[in-house]
Design a protein around this ligand. Structure first.
Ligand code: NAP
Ligand code: ZN
Ligand code: ZN
Length: 349
């Protein structure tokens, strides 16, 4: 065990985040120890720190958009050397042997992936703590290489927001000519706009915030529409091949399904805390598909990082010291983030 490291966490669902020092294991032969430089703030951090999905484990040190520098490598590590820039996303281990693991979909490990925080290591005893901390120890196979050329703070959100939007765009073949609608312009939404535009799609931003129109166009959207106005749903009925839904709060799935073209797909990425009714009719008329997507496997995450580096794509970030984390959560709940808060981990020291 290391000496206690500075970290911030939630003592319980009702409490604000406060300093909460943690220890990490000494690196084993296949582990790397990373000194964390930046950690993005995902809306999932809020959902879990406030136990909105149920089953949260406290105390909780959130953070799964981690970029740092490798400070120590185990004897058998071959992928990393001390000094390399490394990334850690939403999970830090899995069983490595089950069907999803062998298909490079480790996030669906049948034994349960070891999520980066609010979970346990594969021993099912040791709690995992995330990136609102100065260091982390992770198996090299579950650590990403951050390619040169990316701004490190802006690269951190790629580890969750980036892969979460890249994966469904690839799976549903976003390409020149595709009509893609991105619902919700926050951390995930702004990455979806940038990525879909980079793949040649015709991108429409569907937002509740009129004030974000100029930003949406700067990010690459060709059109901007307000979902807070009922007439938008009439005017755009049947328009999109693919809808990327990133909304974190309750909203009307049926109305959104009406925006799909025949045989179109709506992919749910946002996880509103309450279930939403779906009328089967909204799917049957038009052979439409309602799908979900959870982050991405390690290989696809690496592919996404390399793609982003080649296209010079990263997040638009507002850097904060950890002391502002509770304020940042409140601002995200008001859709007031442009477009990802990233914690400068130097502020923990
Ligand atoms: P975020 O930065 O807070 O953005 C969410 C956006 O949703 C807001 O900016 C807002 O966009 C829109 N919105 C919020 N409340 C709304 C409401 N009541 N009605 C309509 N629109 C609303 O959050 P994020 O980090 O992008 O995460 C979004 C969701 O994805 C969260 O639920 C998160 O847990 C989930 N998530 C899922 C995965 C996955 O693997 N599936 C991965 C990461 C995160 P406008 O202002 O443009 O309307
Ligand atoms: Zn996330
Ligand atoms: Zn597995």
């Amino acid at each position: 065990m290391t000496a206690p490291l500075p970290a911030w966490g939630a003592p319980s669902a009702k409490a604000p985040l406060v300093p909460h020092p943690i220890t990490r294991r000494e690196p084993g032969p296949r582990d790397v120890r990373i000194e964390i430089l930046y950690c993005g703030v995902c809306h999932s951090d809020i959902h879990q720190a406030r136990d909105e999905w149920g089953g949260s484990i406290f105390p909780m040190v959130p953070g799964h958009e981690i970029v740092g520098r490798v400070a120590e490598v185990g004897a058998d590590v071959s992928k990393f050397a001390v000094g390399d820039v490394a990334g850690v996303g939403c999970f830090v281990d899995s069983c490595r042997a089950c069907d999803p693991c062998l298909r490079h979909l480790e996030q669906f490990c049948q034994k349960g992936a070891a999520f980066t925080y609010n979970g346990t290591e594969m021993d099912r005893k040791t709690p995992t703590y995330g990136g609102y901390s100065t260091g982390i120890v992770v198996a090299e196979n579950y650590t990403l290489k951050v390619p040169p050329g990316l701004d490190l703070a802006a690269a951190a959100p790629l580890l969750c927001a980036g892969i979460t939007t890249y994966s469904p765009l690839r799976r549903w073949k976003c390409a020149p000519g595709s009509r893609v609608g991105v619902v919700g312009l926050g951390g995930l939404g702004h990455m979806a706009v940038k990525l879909a535009a980079s793949m040649g799609a015709e991108v429409t931003m569907l937002s509740t915030s009129r004030a974000k129109e100029e930003d949406a166009r700067r990010l690459g959207a060709h059109a901007f529409e307000l979902t807070s106005e009922a007439r938008t749903f009439k005017r755009l009925a049947g328009r999109f091949d693919l809808l990327i839904d990133t909304v974190s709060a309750e909203h009307d799935f049926n109305a959104h399904l009406g925006l799909l073209r025949t045989e179109g797909t709506m992919v749910c990425l946002g996880v509103p805390p309450t279930p939403a009714p779906v009328a089967v009719m909204s799917l049957i008329f038009g052979n439409k598909k309602l799908a979900g997507s959870l982050i991405g496997g390690i290989a696809e995450t690496q592919e996404m990082l390399d793609y982003c580096a080649s296209k010079k794509i990263a997040a638009d970030v507002e850097m904060i010291p950890i002391q502002k984390i509770n304020e940042a959560y409140e601002r995200m709940l008001k859709s007031d983030v442009r477009y990802r808060f990233v914690i400068d981990i130097a502020s923990l020291k």
